[in-house]
Design a protein around this ligand. Structure first.
Ligand SMILES: [Cu+2]
Length: 236
């Protein structure tokens, strides 16, 4: 059994040479993903396709990518979701690292400020089979303002390297025209030297970083009302 497992690991690590793969959004499309159903690069953007879209953005002592990995998507249609509805999000799972803690956050200013809209602590993705596309729905708050927004999935894994994952999808929310959304700012743990450190958690329990999640700061993001196009009513 042990031998078989190491053979499987070897196979995995040689695949990892091609693209070090872990977990990302599959739907909605993560920024610059190579998936065929996602927005395509234009002729001079092919070098920007992210074949490593599932890899973490950093570890406890190293930041390899900014939160979201990319500051924009390729041009294309963003999916629209109603405030109060549940996005049938799907994750592209390579290995699940025995789960971890997920946070989902929204930004209306392209990632300058984030507000957490959903948490799933300790066993998030723990039952996601390796090599699967795994359903992990996320609910948009009913009072979410309308407008283009970034949905950010954040994940601290339980087992293995102490990593932070961040996968971002550009979406449009149809809700209140102008308004605010309150919650807490997300925790970016295991993300570079000096970031809060969550140790590898024994499957039987242990320190999963509760004190850091509990200490997240309240935040309110305010979205100005969007100018509605003036209706020109023909006189006749
Ligand atoms: Cu991984």
């Amino acid at each position: 059994m042990k031998l078989l497992a190491s053979a499987a690991l070897l196979a995995l690590s040689s695949m990892a040479l091609v693209a070090d793969a872990h977990i990302s959004f599959r739907y909605p499309c993560p920024r610059k993903a190579p998936y065929s159903e996602c927005p395509k690069p234009n002729d001079n953007q092919w070098g920007e396709v992210d074949y490593d879209v599932q890899s973490p953005v950093g570890t406890y002592n190293h930041i390899s990518d900014p939160i979201c990995k990319h500051s924009s998507s390729f041009a294309g249609v963003r999916p629209t979701f109603q405030a109060g509805s549940t996005i049938p999000a799907k994750m592209d799972v390579d290995v699940n690292h025995r789960g971890g803690s997920c946070q989902w956050a929204l930004s209306y200013d392209n990632g300058k400020t984030w507000v957490v809209i959903q948490d799933h602590f300790q066993d998030c993705l723990a039952n996601a089979p390796a090599g699967s596309t795994f359903s992990l729905p996320v609910r948009i708050p009913a009072n979410a303002p309308s407008g283009p927004a970034v949905l950010n999935w954040l994940w601290n894994n339980n087992e293995g390297n102490r990593e932070l994952y961040s996968s971002c999808a550009d979406i449009v929310i149809q809700g209140t025209n102008g308004g605010s959304l309150s919650g807490v700012a997300p925790l970016f743990a295991n993300y570079g030297a000096g970031s809060p450190y969550i140790p590898e958690r024994a499957v039987s329990g242990g320190n999963w970083g509760k004190q850091y999640f509990d200490a997240r700061k309240p935040i309110t993001v305010t979205v100005p009302p969007r100018q509605l196009k003036r209706q020109v009513v023909p006189l006749n």
